[in-house]
Design a protein around this ligand. Sequence first.
Ligand SMILES: Nc1ncnc2c1ncn2[C@@H]1O[C@H](COP(=O)(O)OP(=O)(O)O)[C@@H](O)[C@H]1O
Ligand SMILES: N[C@@H](CCOP(=O)(O)O)C(=O)O
Length: 293
Amino acid sequence: MLTVRAPATSANLGSGFDVFGVALSHPADVVRVERADRTTIEVTGAGSQYIPEDPEKNTVGAVAEALDAPARIKIDKGIRPASGLGSSAASAAAAAVALNELYDRGKTRKELVPIAAKGEAVVSGDAHDDNVAPSILGGFTIATPDGVTQVDASVPLVACLPEIVVSTRDARRVVPTETSVDQLVETVGNAATLTTGMHRDDPELIGRGMEDTVVTPARAKLIDGYSEVRQAALDAGSTGVTISGAGPAILAVCPEHDRKHVASAMLDAFEAEGVDARAYQTRIGQGATVHHP
Ligand SMILES: Nc1ncnc2c1ncn2[C@@H]1O[C@H](COP(=O)(O)OP(=O)(O)O)[C@@H](O)[C@H]1O
Ligand SMILES: N[C@@H](CCOP(=O)(O)O)C(=O)O
């Protein structure tokens, strides 16, 4: 079977709602495919009991359909669903890369992004590209309706995932529908600062650019302990903290030497709020990788 590993991702990064995303070096989903007359899906691993195997309801089914590539698909979940770590997107990204290869469809990685995004539309109602783009391309990505811009980056991160479930669909319902010009100006400044930070692998600039007063405060209410965990990470040396994707995972950027300390401070803060959590000490990493038999 042809095997593809596609990484977890963190979308938005505060100031880049529905636009920015980064690939994480871990965790990841692993998808195995072989040709078949019709698509079947088998799911194992983290949270697999909550993931439908019906091709109409699983993100990989829409990808197989879009590539006209029926297959026997096995998904080994390394990323828990409804995590804010692009779980549903990682499967879709892996399937897009795998089926393109299996059926020799000849699509470029960039051309696979909107195809994988069709899988996201199945679960969240919107075909946003901000998770599938970094999962396929790696690094830091800027996804706009005109296409995707990718920058290689390598910056230490902590992704702290509490035992809370927030579905992307629900978290999209609380996004404000209006914003002020002051907030628009602030957001442009922060997004530009963050982008420059990615080019320089500079945790300080990235952390500053992650500030957001529009979407993040509305969504923070869905995550028990968000303010406490954020403050604990900042006190431990993080240069910026925000909600990862639609949550509930919380993303902290930091210098390498502070990462361990930041991770344990975030876990302690969740524990003090009575919330179990796990922390991934990770970094911005590469996109999906293909493993031939
Ligand atoms: N291959 C898949 N991997 C993970 N979740 C999937 C998959 N296919 C469908 N889903 C559904 O998608 C939802 C999780 O997606 P989403 O809310 O976007 O969370 P995440 O931020 O983790 O991607 C769950 O309802 C899950 O059952
Ligand atoms: N831009 C989307 C990203 C959702 O990411 P996920 O990892 O929570 O699926 C949003 O913020 O709604």
